[in-house]
Design a protein around this ligand. Structure first.
Ligand SMILES: [Zn+2]
Ligand SMILES: [Zn+2]
Length: 326
């Protein structure tokens, strides 16, 4: 009896220990989404050349940028914005479609530069054959979009593509929130009068678009020097690639910064040297680091850099699922 009591006690402690470690794991999982300015949460899965897919969410809205890998958070996204056709940014589309089919989810809409629609369609047809699932070829809306267009999203959000500078045709996206405000001339008016004006077809509200998030995809720093879009540096959250962060010089005497420009990417130092440009941006989420850097190296390098005032406290790094803020 006595021994049984002991066993019970030990098992109970073990159970307690187990459940607290399960809670800890769950806690870490929850933290994979990082909360940034404007209550936006970001989930990042990105290493240059391997796979990139970023999910952002706020309230009921959830969007994915690029689909190099169909991560679990990405699978629940009905709107997917593709920046360019490199395989590490678009190669996960068939897998995304398949995973949505498996979870009985509606077809997602994949927004992309026009020239990518045909090849994406073909990749879905091939995946349909490979997986012996005919629906895979058609369970997706492939929508060509380009700079100058705007895409209406749920919950009064709008997406606007802007041109970026990369080794191939590429584009980023700015997400806006639509706010409606009663026109100045009607303010103070009785609600019945306003209702009657509306009935007569009078436009009584002004629409304001507030820039919330920008996702650059792969690009050089030129998009900031020559401002690719007037609202690019006004966003609450800027998700920016920073493929290179080291000060190495190769055998040909080339710095990583020169290589970044030549290969269509950003170097962290460009951001630091032009910090003033980012004074109005809320948070800057860096991702798409070169695979030659470990997570620890990325964290240490970005942390030990002395950041100019406009960047202080607003830089975050995302590397696969490791998110660190400082
Ligand atoms: Zn890339
Ligand atoms: Zn690329």
């Amino acid at each position: 009896m006595c021994n049984a009591g002991k066993i019970y006690k030990v098992s109970y402690r073990l159970l307690e220990k187990l459940s607290s470690s399960i809670m800890a794991v769950r806690g870490r999982r929850r933290q994979q989404f990082l909360r940034l300015n404007g209550d936006w949460e970001v989930f990042c899965w990105s290493v240059a050349g391997l796979e990139t897919s970023v999910v952002v969410r706020k309230d009921d809205l959830k969007l994915a940028f690029d689909m190099g890998y169909a991560s679990r958070p990405a699978v629940s996204c009905q709107h997917v914005f593709i920046s360019h056709g490199h395989i590490d940014h678009i190669g996960g589309v068939p897998s995304h479609v398949r995973k949505r089919l498996m979870s009985h989810a509606k077809p997602s809409t994949y927004y992309m530069p026009e020239h990518l629609v045909q090849t994406t369609k073909q990749s879905l047809e091939i995946a349909a054959v490979q997986s012996e699932t005919a629906e895979l070829a058609t369970h997706a809306y492939l929508k060509p979009v380009g700079p100058g267009e705007s895409i209406q999203l749920p919950a009064a959000y709008v997406a606007v593509p802007f041109p970026t500078v990369h080794a191939v045709t590429s584009q980023g996206y700015i997400i806006y929130k639509q706010h409606k405000k009663l026109k100045e001339e009607f303010q103070g008016m009785e609600s019945q009068e306003i209702a009657s004006l509306k009935k007569q077809g009078v436009e009584v509200v002004d629409e304001e678009l507030v820039p919330e998030i920008a996702f650059t995809g792969d690009t050089t720093f030129e998009i900031f020097e020559k401002l690719a879009h007037p609202d690019l540096l006004k966003v609450k959250v800027l998700i920016l690639e920073a493929t290179y962060i080291d000060k190495d010089i190769d055998k040909q005497g080339k710095t990583s910064r020169t290589k970044a420009r030549e290969r269509g990417h950003v170097h962290l130092q460009e951001l630091i040297d032009n910090a003033d440009l980012f004074k109005d941006v809320g948070s800057i989420y860096l991702m798409h680091f070169s695979d030659k850097y470990s997570s620890g190296y990325i964290w240490r390098t970005v942390k030990k850099v002395s950041l100019p005032a406009p960047l202080k406290g607003k830089l975050y790094v995302g590397n696969m699922v490791h998110d660190l803020g400082f």
